[in-house]
Ligand binder design. Structure first.
Ligand code: SF4
Ligand code: FES
Length: 255
């Protein structure tokens, strides 16, 4: 595949209180083997060389682990590759002459800091609302001291794969955080180590979602479709069951 020339339409916004707009840029001689973020790095080098402000965007690990990269590419959070973060997206997905739109996550709970960078602190607040698990400190416990059913361990590991990127919120027409909270609630509710605080945790996390400006889930499924870790909608159903169970049991219990 030959190198490509591309047109970019990029959201530029000085800060959250400022009106933003789409600005046109060109990316020349782009290798199909480049990652999407490497392509943006090269565009930024060109802008810096011309004395223009570079495009701000978030990234860290660039290997699908940290959840920092947060770009809506051609209208899809994390771009056209299923089960992939935007840092894992390669330019071979595009054709010479394509116009690519690049926008930040759009949600009331994620205010734009600058350009393509949004504040996803609301997700951290949700996790903090869930509190800690009670675990004995000291030397590492014997691996077989707490037996965990194999299928439950697998489901818990699948839920724990959530990297907190927020694409599920950005894709949802209600900007709901139900898939994120469903993954966090499921991860601990499925394991015996998470049982002591099981009810207080789900009540607190679900209660905080509304306060933080996230919308309700209306079972659209957009969240699952864009999730780079393919977190299943079944986690939302489990969160609802956990919440109902906690409500039926009344006041938060500790055991
Ligand atoms: S559920 Fe998926 S899309 Fe949502 S924060 Fe976790 S990894 Fe990202
Ligand atoms: S930069 Fe870490 S997941 Fe994309």
């Amino acid at each position: 595949m030959a190198n490509m020339n591309l047109k970019l339409l990029v959201w530029r916004q000085a800060h959250s209180g400022h009106a933003g707009r789409m600005m046109p840029y060109e990316a020349h001689d782009v290798s199909p083997d480049m990652s999407f973020l490497e392509m943006l790095d090269i565009v930024n080098e060109g802008l810096i060389a011309k004395g223009e402000p570079p495009i701000d965007f978030d990234s860290d690990c660039r290997e699908g682990i940290c959840g920092m990269c947060s770009l809506v590419v051609n209208g899809i959070p994390h771009g056209p590759d299923r089960g992939s973060t935007v840092c894992q997206l390669h330019m071979r997905k595009f054709k010479d002459g394509d116009t690519i739109t690049i926008e930040p996550w759009r949600a009331a709970a994620f205010p734009v800091c600058k350009d393509l960078v949004v504040d996803r602190g609301a997700l951290d607040t949700l996790v903090a609302a869930g509190g800690y698990i009670s675990a004995s400190t000291g030397s590492a416990p014997d691996g077989n001291a707490i037996l965990v059913q194999r299928d439950l361990a697998e489901l818990a590991m699948d839920a724990a794969a959530c990297i907190g990127c927020g694409a599920c919120v950005a894709a949802c027409k209600n900007a709901s955080a139900a898939l994120f909270v469903g993954a966090k609630v499921s991860h601990l509710a499925l394991l015996p180590q998470g049982h002591p605080e099981r009810e207080t945790r789900v009540r607190a996390m679900v209660g905080r979602m509304d306060d933080l400006g996230f919308g309700n889930c209306s079972n659209e499924g957009e969240c699952e479709a864009v999730c780079p870790k393919e977190i299943s909608l079944a986690n939302i159903a489990r969160m609802r069951r956990e919440y109902l169970r906690a409500l039926v049991h009344g006041e938060p219990r500790t055991a």
